[in-house]
Design a protein around this ligand. Structure first.
Ligand SMILES: Nc1ncnc2c1ncn2[C@@H]1O[C@H](COP(=O)(O)OP(=O)(O)O)[C@@H](O)[C@H]1O
Ligand SMILES: [Mg+2]
Length: 325
C-alpha cells in the first residue's frame, strides 16, 4: 500500500439532475508513487476537475476510495482534511482568479505560510527559495496581481502552492489559459521543481501534447472513467485504446513526413447524463463491433509494465491498423 502516495479506487461522483444523474466520475482508478509525475488526459467534460476536487476534499465522492499515505481519506470532513491538505496542494487553470486583487503577491504567499503555522523567518527563507525556482525577482512580490502577466501569476500560484512543501501537487490545466510561448516555460519550471523537491505531481490536461515530455505515467479518461494507463513511453509509442489513438492523432506532428493516424474521432462527446450501453466509447469508435462493444462493458486488459486499457479489441486490433509514428 505504502508504495503509493495516492491511490484512487473505483471512484464515482454522481450529480443529481432532475430524475437522472450526471455521472461525472464513473469508475476512476489511479495510483501515484512518491515523486512521480502522473498526467490525466481527456477531453473537456470527461471529469478531470471533478476528480481533482474529490481528491482534495472540495467534493464528496459518491462511491469508491481515495487513499493518501496509507490513510483512507475519502470520507474525511474539513477538520480531518486539514493536515492532509498541507501535504496536498493545488494549482488551478486561471492564474487571475488565484490571487486576492487587493493584496500584494508577497502577502498572499505569506498568508499561506502563516495558515499552516510557519514562523516568520521560515516563511521568508522559503519564499526566497521558491522565487529562485520560479525564476522571478523578489521585488515583484510587492506588486498587486493586476500588474503581472498571466504567466508570471501562474508561476507565483505554483510557488504559493509549494510554500508548505507538499508531497503532492495537483495541477488542473495549469497552462491551458496561457499563451503557447509561456506554456513551455511553466512546464519546465514544474519539471525542475519536482526534481528539486522530490514532489509527486498529478498533472491534468485536455492536451496529450502538453504532457508528452513531462510525464512518467499517463492515464487517459473518457466520460468519467480511466480507459488507458501506462508508462508515458508505452502509451505514446503503442496506445491500446482507440480513444488514446485519436487523441494522439490530433496532436501536431513533429515532422511533416510523419504519417498521421488513420484513426480520428467521430461525433461529439456524449453526455455524462446519458451514457451509451456497453463500452462508453463505441458510438465514436471506428473499430466498434456490433453485438460486442455496444452490449458488454469491457474489462481492463493488462499488458507489460502495467500498461493497460479497457477495450474489447486490445488483442485483435493489430499494430498495422494502428497509428504509425
Ligand atoms: N457541480 C456540478 N453539478 C452538476 N454537474 C457537474 C458539476 N460539476 C461538473 N459537472 C459535470 O460533470 C462532468 C465533468 O465535469 P468536469 O469535471 O468539470 O470535467 P473536465 O474538468 O474534464 O472538463 C461534466 O458533464 C460537467 O457538466
Ligand atoms: Mg476541468
Amino acid at each position: 500500500m505504502d508504495e503509493y502516495l495516492l491511490e484512487i479506487r473505483n471512484l464515482k461522483k454522481y450529480y443529481p439532475s432532475g430524475k437522472n444523474q450526471v455521472k461525472a466520475l464513473d469508475g476512476v482508478n489511479l495510483k501515484v508513487k512518491p515523486g512521480e509525475l502522473v498526467s490525466i488526459v481527456g477531453e473537456s467534460g470527461c471529469g478531470k476537475s471533478t476528480l481533482a476536487r474529490c481528491v482534495i476534499g472540495l467534493e464528496t465522492r459518491t462511491e469508491g476510495e481515495i487513499w493518501f499515505h496509507g490513510e483512507e481519506i475519502s470520507s474525511y470532513g474539513k477538520k480531518q482534511m486539514r493536515p492532509v491538505r498541507k501535504q496536498m496542494q493545488m494549482v488551478f487553470q486561471s492564474p487571475y482568479a488565484a490571487f486576492n486583487p487587493r493584496q500584494t503577491l508577497g502577502a498572499g504567499l505569506r498568508e499561506v505560510g502563516k495558515f499552516y503555522g510557519m514562523k516568520t523567518g521560515e516563511i521568508r527563507d522559503r519564499i526566497s527559495v521558491l522565487m529562485s525556482y520560479i525564476k522571478m525577482d523578489e521585488e515583484l512580490l510587492s506588486h498587486y496581481p493586476h500588474e503581472l502577466s498571466g504567466g508570471q501569476l501562474q508561476r507565483l500560484a505554483i510557488a504559493r502552492a509549494l510554500m508548505v512543501k507538499p508531497e503532492l501537487l495537483i495541477a488542473d490545466e495549469p497552462v491551458s489559459a496561457l499563451d503557447v510561448s509561456v506554456q513551455a516555460q511553466i512546464l519546465n519550471i514544474l519539471a525542475e521543481i519536482r526534481e528539486k523537491e522530490n514532489m509527486a505531481v498529478l498533472f491534468i490536461s485536455h492536451d496529450l501534447a502538453v504532457v508528452e515530455h513531462i510525464s512518467d505515467w499517463v492515464a487517459v479518461m473518457y466520460l468519467g472513467k480511466t480507459v488507458e494507463e501506462g508508462r508515458k513511453e508505452d502509451v505514446f509509442s503503442q496506445p491500446f485504446h482507440p480513444y488514446t489513438d485519436a487523441l494522439l492523432a490530433s496532436r501536431p506532428r513533429e515532422y511533416p513526413w510523419q504519417e498521421k493516424s488513420s484513426i480520428m474521432l467521430k461525433g461529439e462527446l456524449p453526455n455524462a447524463l446519458n451514457l451509451p450501453e456497453g463500452c462508453r466509447f463505441w458510438p465514436r469508435c471506428l473499430h466498434s463491433q456490433a453485438g460486442l462493444c455496444d452490449k458488454c462493458e469491457p474489462e481492463w486488459n493488462q499488458q507489460e509494465n502495467g500498461h493497460r486499457a479497457v477495450c474489447h479489441l486490445v488483442e485483435t486490433l493489430g499494430k498495422t491498423e494502428r497509428r504509425v509514428s
